[in-house]
Design a protein around this ligand. Structure first.
Ligand code: FAS
Ligand code: PHB
Length: 389
C-alpha cells in the first residue's frame, strides 16, 4: 500500500486532516484501531469555537451542524447568590456552538466513507517506521488479520493521548513534556431532560464545581466536581441530581431532571509534549497535548493543529517547500500553551481545593470577571477562540 500521508487515528484530528488534505488534492489513508460504532459513540466535547465551525463548513461539513447545532452567545458564571452573564458578541464579537463531538465524528466519518480517502477500522499492531528518512512507513495488522505496510511520504500521529505516535517522536528528539494532574475529576452525565438554562452555567460552590451544558433542546449534559478516586458505582442518579441541584440552583430556579442515559468519571490533567514533530512524523491533537475540559478547548485545539498541518503538508508535498512544516511545531505550540494556560486558569478559578484561602482567591477572581469589562473580555476572547495563526 502507498499514500502521501499515512494518518494514525480516526478521531476529530485525523479525520479532519484527511478531509482537508483531500480538498487540496493530497491523498491519505486513515488507520483506526477501534470500530466505527465505538468512535462514533464516544461522548466527549460539546463546544465548538467559531473557527472550528468555519473550518468544518468550508470543508463541506457544516450543513447538519448549522441545522442541529445551537449557537450560544455567552455563558453564565455563578457563585453563591450571583449568576452573571458574559455577553460574547458584546465583549469580543464572537459566539460558540453547542454540537457534540460524537456528531462531528459522525459527519466526518460519513464524508470519508462517501468517496473520501480510505478509512480502515479495527486495525492493530500499528507501528510508524523510518520517520527520520524521506520514505516512512506504517506497519499494521488489518482487521482481517493480514500484516500490512503502508508506504508514505509523511505520517500524521493523531492517535490521542494513549497512541503509539508520541513515544516515537520523544524517542528520537530532545523533547520535553510538562504535566499537571489536578486533585479532582469530573463526573459527567447525559440526561433526557430539557435544559433549564439558555446558556451554559459554570458554577463555583463550597461543595465543588458544577457545569450545566446541553446537547439539544431535549438533552442535557452536566458535570460535577468529584474526587479522582471516586467510583461511578457510588454515584446513584438521585445522588447526582441532588448534588447538581445544590450547586446550581438559585432562588426560584432549579435544574431540570430526567432519565440519566450515560454517566462516567473523567480524570483531569494538563499535558504538553514538545516538539510535535520528528522527521516525517507530525503530531496533532491529543497525541501532543491534553487540557482539562473546563475551558472547552480540547477538540478546538485539535482542529487548530490540523488546520495548520494540512496547509504545511500541502506546501511540502505539492511545492516541495519545507518552510511551513519546519515552523509547524513552534507555531502549533504557541496556541497549545495559550489554551493550556486558559484551561488551567478556568479550572483553578472554579474548582474547590478544600483550602479556604484558595476559596477567597477564587471568589475574588470571579467577582473581578463579573464586574470588570476588561477581565470579562479576556475570558470571552479565550473561550470563543483566538484567531488561528
Ligand atoms: P482522540 O483521542 O479523539 O482520537 C484519537 C483516535 O486514535 C481514537 O479514535 C483512537 O481510537 C485512535 N487510536 C489510538 N491509538 C491508536 C493506534 N495505535 N492505532 C490506530 N488508532 C489509534 N474536550 C472538550 O473540549 N470538552 C470536553 O468536555 C471533553 N471531554 C472529554 C472526555 C474524555 C473522556 C476525553 C478522553 C476527552 C475529552 N475532551 C473534551 C477532549 C477531547 O474532545 C479531545 O480533545 C479530542 O477527542 C481530541 O481529538 P483527537 O486529537 O482526534 O484525539
Ligand atoms: C460539554 O458540553 O461537554 C462541555 C461544555 C463546556 C465545557 C466542557 C464540556 O467547558
Amino acid at each position: 500500500m502507498r499514500t502521501q500521508v499515512g494518518i494514525i487515528g480516526a478521531g476529530p484530528a485525523g479525520l479532519l486532516l484527511s478531509r482537508l488534505l483531500a480538498l487540496r488534492g493530497i491523498d491519505s489513508v486513515v488507520l483506526e484501531n477501534r470500530s466505527r460504532e465505538h468512535i462514533e459513540a464516544r461522548i466527549r466535547a460539546g463546544i465548538l469555537e467559531q473557527h472550528t465551525v468555519d473550518t468544518l463548513t468550508d470543508a463541506g461539513l457544516g450543513d447538519r451542524l448549522r441545522r442541529q447545532g445551537l449557537e450560544h452567545r455567552g455563558i453564565h458564571l455563578q457563585y453563591p447568590g450571583t449568576r452573571h452573564t458574559l455577553d460574547f458578541p458584546a465583549l469580543c464579537g464572537r459566539t460558540v456552538w453547542v454540537y457534540g463531538q460524537t456528531e462531528v465524528v459522525k459527519d466526518l466519518v460519513a464524508a470519508q466513507l462517501d468517496g473520501g480517502p480510505p478509512l480502515l477500522f479495527d486495525v492493530s499492531d500499528v507501528r510508524p517506521e523510518d520517520v527520520d528518512g524521506d520514505s516512512p512507513r506504517i506497519r499494521f495488522t488489518a482487521a482481517d488479520g493480514t500484516p500490512q505496510a503502508l508506504e508514505c511520504d509523511v505520517i500524521a500521529g493523531t492517535d490521542g493521548f494513549h497512541g503509539v505516535s508520541r513515544p516515537v517522536v520523544t524517542a528520537g528528539t530532545d523533547g520535553r513534556r510538562w504535566e499537571r494532574t489536578y486533585p479532582y475529576a469530573w463526573l459527567g452525565i447525559l440526561a433526557d431532560a430539557a435544559p433549564a438554562t439558555d446558556e451554559l452555567v459554570y458554577a463555583w460552590h463550597p461543595e465543588g464545581f458544577a457545569l450545566y451544558s446541553m446537547r439539544s433542546p431535549s438533552v442535557s449534559r452536566l458535570y460535577l466536581q468529584v474526587d479522582p478516586s471516586d467510583s461511578i458505582d457510588s454515584w446513584s442518579d438521585d445522588r447526582i441530581w441532588e448534588n447538581l441541584s445544590r450547586r446550581l440552583r438559585l432562588d426560584g430556579w432549579d435544574v431540570s431532571t430526567g432519565p440519566v442515559t450515560e454517566k462516567s468519571i473523567l480524570p483531569m490533567r494538563s499535558f504538553v509534549s514538545a516538539p510535535m514533530r520528528r522527521g516525517r512524523l507530525f503530531l496533532a491533537g491529543d497525541a501532543a497535548h491534553i487540557v482539562p475540559p473546563t475551558g472547552a478547548k480540547g477538540l478546538n485545539l485539535a482542529v487548530a493543529d490540523v488546520t495548520l498541518l494540512a496547509t504545511a503538508l500541502t506546501r511540502l508535498l505539492r511545492e516541495k517547500r519545507t518552510d511551513l512544516v519546519d515552523a509547524y511545531s513552534d507555531t502549533a505550540l504557541r496556541r497549545v500553551w495559550r489554551c493550556t494556560h486558559f484551561s488551567w486558569w478556568m479550572t483553578s478559578m472554579l474548582h474547590r481545593s478544600g483550602d479556604d484561602f484558595d476559596a477567597q482567591l477564587q471568589l475574588s477572581q470571579l467577582q473581578r470577571v463579573c464586574s470588570s469589562e476588561a477581565a470579562a473580555r479576556e475570558l470571552a476572547e479565550n473561550y470563543t477562540g483566538l484567531p488561528v495563526e
